[in-house]
Design a protein around this ligand. Structure first.
Ligand code: DC
Length: 227
């Protein structure tokens, strides 16, 4: 039987990974957070003092970057050259530069190749920006998530504060709009809604309601594959 691929795309801090994780758990699929891969590349660049504007040096460094996912019932771990960086890639320092790094053509080519390989034989839920448009244009189900800028900033602020990062709401909003701008205007596979994606605006929905929404869509697709 063919494997089932679910693509979830959308802006930063829309709650994509929360929905993707819950959905993968419910269906017993593998969850892959593609943003974590771009974050790991960014962390490597920072750890090795590579100039963020030096595309050639970053492209060259790709040969020395090995990213692995270890699926785990509680939480998928991401390894950068064998070291668990699951927490480190979530800091504001990485968030600040990840959009610049992920706009580099060679970085995208390398990550997309790995993402496609990860989704070859397994049932997966992958979240990101270009999963339904570039990575898996033939995905079985595509969801495009949005939420109001205020709701997104509040969620991100709460997430960072919980980790002890001291930031103002203004700084969080600024980072989100900066990333939105780069992610959706870059030349290489910019963030955009695939023509056949179903929109999920979760500004007013709790997690349970969002999960129900996507599970209903999966059921429809499984029962009526052409729908
Ligand atoms: O989902 P996230 O916020 O962890 O993603 C971090 C950055 O990675 C985001 O600003 C854009 C980039 N990204 C991308 O370009 N393509 C993807 N498929 C996933 C993330």
């Amino acid at each position: 039987m063919k494997n089932f691929v679910i693509a979830i795309d959308g802006f930063s801090s829309c709650g994509k990974s929360t929905v993707a994780k819950a959905l993968a758990k419910n269906l017993n699929y593998v969850f892959i957070d593609s943003g974590a891969m771009y974050r790991a590349v960014t962390l490597y660049v920072q750890q090795n003092n590579i100039d963020i504007n030096d595309n050639d040096a970053i492209t060259k460094a790709l040969d020395d970057i090995h990213i692995d996912f270890i699926p785990n019932p509680e939480k998928t771990q991401i390894l950068l050259n064998g070291i668990d960086v699951s927490e480190e890639i979530r800091t504001m320092e990485v968030s600040e530069y990840v959009s610049e790094v992920s706009a580099i053509k060679a970085v995208r080519t390398a990550m997309v190749k790995q993402q496609q390989a990860l989704g070859k034989k397994r049932n997966i839920v992958m979240d990101g920006r270009d999963i339904g448009t570039t990575v898996f244009p033939n995905a079985d189900l595509k969801i495009f998530m949005t939420a109001s800028p205020q709701v997104r900033a509040e969620r991100r602020f709460a997430e960072l504060s919980a980790k002890g990062e001291v930031l103002t709401m203004e700084e969080v909003k600024e980072n989100l709009s900066h990333r939105d701008h780069i992610d959706s205007t870059r030349a290489e596979s910019p963030l955009r809604q695939a023509d056949d994606a179903i929109v999920l605006d979760n500004s007013e929905l709790n997690q349970e309601e969002q999960l129900k929404f996507v599970i209903d869509l999966v059921k429809q697709k499984i029962e009526m594959p052409q729908a």
